[in-house]
Design a protein. Structure first.
Length: 420
């Protein structure tokens, strides 16, 4: 149990951190201020400020986020009447605005705020030391920090470094960078698996037969090449698998190449279920290769084959949706538990599968997902002007609400599937 929990947390954190790091790097390169990079959720354990970004470790080791200036943030970080403590430099400009009672600055200037602007004019006004006879005006440094109520110190967010101030193509790349990093992680994981396993599936029409399977009983032997299925040319394993899968319980003629001779063999693929879809199977497996180059390239070929399977599954969901086709944290935990008992290679496989899955699902054009944000980027390109902030917020809120309801339904369904 402890091993499973630790493995689950590690896998989940790797997925999230890699995803968010993609957004982080793209935002930095685009001139967007990343105010915070958090690993974990909930109350802060520790923080570290470097190059304008505050890196935080939070108590719940599930999830994480990148907090970009002007994106999904509250408009007002101060309020009129709020008590703050200001730290100034030798020119009198404010460098730190302390709003937290958890952080004390005995050398700071106590001010009761009357008005402020942290985005454009960069000033703060108020009563110094409670003296309401005079309103003091303080200029704020462009790179000043604000200490939030929980004690976390982050940069303020002037308008020129906010997300919406970046060029449209920079924002599009920033939105895409998270899923892109998940694709890269999947490729790296499958490449590592290919090297460690010593052999990987060769994408050829050469087959290995399953003992007592339909193919063996029909006379197909190991290392035979199936070059045609019912007249359809099959040059590789992908074409072969697709052609056979399409003929469950149908008499099928195969053309088999053996020792430079073509043999015609007739058989009937066995009916099997692949999710909600009925497919044909004849009991053959792809041949394996030990070639080092192909084992490294398995990072790409293995990822591509799995991506095609995921797209097929998404297509099937359009014809008959079921909650059993989806999986949330509970399903991920159950899968991780099985992989943990099967060994390190199985855990690697799950990591690669989940990373690819996360990348693809995040690109779906649903508001609140990266794909929904990218769709809005394209809408802005076509309109040549952005949507109103209020409109975009409503769209995002609707999408977020839909995802939350769906997540609750999926989680409850997973609990019933795996624990009852």
């Amino acid at each position: 149990m402890i091993t499973t929990i630790i493995t689950f947390i590690v896998v989940f954190l790797i997925l999230v951190v890699v995803h968010e790091y993609g957004h982080f790097v793209a935002a930095k390169k685009s001139g967007i201020l990343v105010r915070e990079f958090s690993i974990g959720m909930g109350p802060k354990i520790v923080d570290l400020k470097r190059n304008g970004t505050t890196y935080t470790l939070r108590i719940l080791p599930i999830g994480g986020y990148v907090r970009m200036a002007g994106l999904d943030e509250q408009e007002d970080e101060l309020k009129a009447g709020q008590h703050v403590t200001l730290t100034t430099d030798n020119t009198g400009q404010v460098t730190i605005i302390n709003t937290s009672s958890k952080v004390q600055n005995l050398m700071g200037i106590p001010v009761d705020v009357t008005s402020f602007d942290l985005q454009d004019k960069l000033f703060i006004e108020g009563y110094e030391n409670g003296n309401e006879d005079e309103v003091k005006h303080f200029e704020i440094d462009h790179d000043a920090s604000i200490v939030e109520s929980d004690g976390t110190e982050v940069r303020i967010a002037p308008r020129d470094v906010q997300f919406q101030s970046a060029k449209i193509w920079q924002r599009l790349i920033t939105n895409f960078a998270g899923p892109f990093n998940n694709f890269v992680l999947a490729i790296v994981v499958f490449a590592i698996m290919g090297v460690m396993q010593g052999a990987v599936p060769a994408n050829t029409n050469q087959v290995q037969v399953v003992e007592n399977g339909v193919a063996q009983k029909a006379g197909i032997k190991n290392n035979d090449r199936i070059v045609r299925v019912e007249g359809q040319k099959t040059d590789n394993w992908s074409q072969l698998s697709k052609a056979v899968s399409a003929r469950p319980n149908q008499k099928t003629t195969l053309e088999v190449l053996r020792q430079k001779q073509i043999k015609k063999i007739t058989l009937t693929p066995k009916l099997a279920s692949n999710g909600s879809k009925k497919v044909g199977m004849i009991g053959v497996q792809s041949s394996m290769t030990t070639n080092l180059g192909k084992r490294v390239l398995y990072g790409f070929t293995g990822t591509w084959q799995m991506a095609k399977s995921l797209f097929t599954a998404l297509g099937q969901m359009l014809h008959g949706f079921s909650l059993n086709d989806l999986g949330g944290p509970v399903a991920i935990y159950a899968t991780t538990s099985q992989a943990t008992h099967q060994g390190f290679m199985s855990v690697l496989y799950v990591l690669g599968f989940l990373s690819l899955n996360l990348g693809i699902v995040n690109l779906l054009p649903i508001p609140a997902l990266d794909g929904g944000k990218i769709l809005l980027n394209f809408v802005e390109m076509i309109r040549r002007k952005p949507l109103k902030v209020e409109t975009e917020n409503v769209i995002t809120l609707i999408g977020f609400g839909f995802l939350m309801i769906l997540m609750l339904l999926v989680t409850w369904n997973d609990i019933q599937r795996y624990f009852f």
